[in-house]
Design a protein around this ligand. Structure first.
Ligand SMILES: Cc1cc2nc3c(=O)[nH]c(=O)nc-3n(C[C@H](O)[C@H](O)[C@H](O)COP(=O)(O)O)c2cc1C
Length: 171
């Protein structure tokens, strides 16, 4: 599958089939994160893979009751261990670096017939507590992963000419 096809096929999967996630497929997804770029190549991402059903249920509670987190056979909890660095542009690196790695994982998942859903609505302290994540480590996102049990809905996106400007900003 080429990259554009994977991007076109990816959607937020909020219903998962009752199938195990093969170790090899999960490893390939995590390898995509490992190879992602990061500012100064710091690679501050760390990933906690949660397969235990009770822990996944606890993550549902820590994430506003979003049930599909418990349905997915695994949840990748994406964290950052070095969070201080600010680029000359004024932005912190860590959310960007971890987001790129997570985006790569979403595409590596699609390539293998899997689905994911980025979950940003969670209580970080509760997730930290559940998974024994130290207080200086930031939890950036949760990524449930498994076999989609729904079809992709049509994509709702702005047209290119509304989001792209040529040569300078135009109102
Ligand atoms: C930073 C971020 C946080 C998100 N948080 C949630 C979430 O907590 N729960 C959820 O169901 N979807 C969440 N989403 C998924 C978005 O709603 C979804 O990507 C968007 O509606 C576009 O739909 P698509 O992914 O199917 O193309 C999040 C996406 C991003 C990028």
């Amino acid at each position: 599958m080429d990259v554009i096809a994977a991007i076109q096929r990816r959607f937020s999967v909020r219903k998962y089939g009752p199938y195990e996630l093969e170790d090899e497929k999960l490893k390939r997804v995590l390898e995509a994160a490992r190879l992602a770029p990061s500012a100064r190549n710091v690679q501050e991402w760390r990933f906690v893979v949660v397969r235990d059903p009770e822990m996944r249920e606890a993550l549902v509670d820590a994430a506003n009751g979003q049930q599909f987190i418990g349905e997915a056979p695994a949840v990748i909890v994406a964290c950052a261990v070095a969070t201080e660095h600010v680029m000359p542009c004024g932005l912190h690196c860590f959310p960007i670096d971890v987001a790129i790695a997570m985006a790569y994982m979403t595409l590596a998942a699609v390539e293998q017939g899997l689905g994911t859903c980025w979950v940003g609505a969670f209580n970080a302290d509760r997730v930290r507590g559940l998974l024994s994540i130290p207080s200086d480590v930031i939890v950036v996102g949760l990524l449930p992963i498994g076999y989609p049990a729904v079809e992709a809905p049509p994509k709702k996106r702005l047209p290119l000419d509304e989001i792209v400007m040529q040569e300078r900003w135009r109102d």
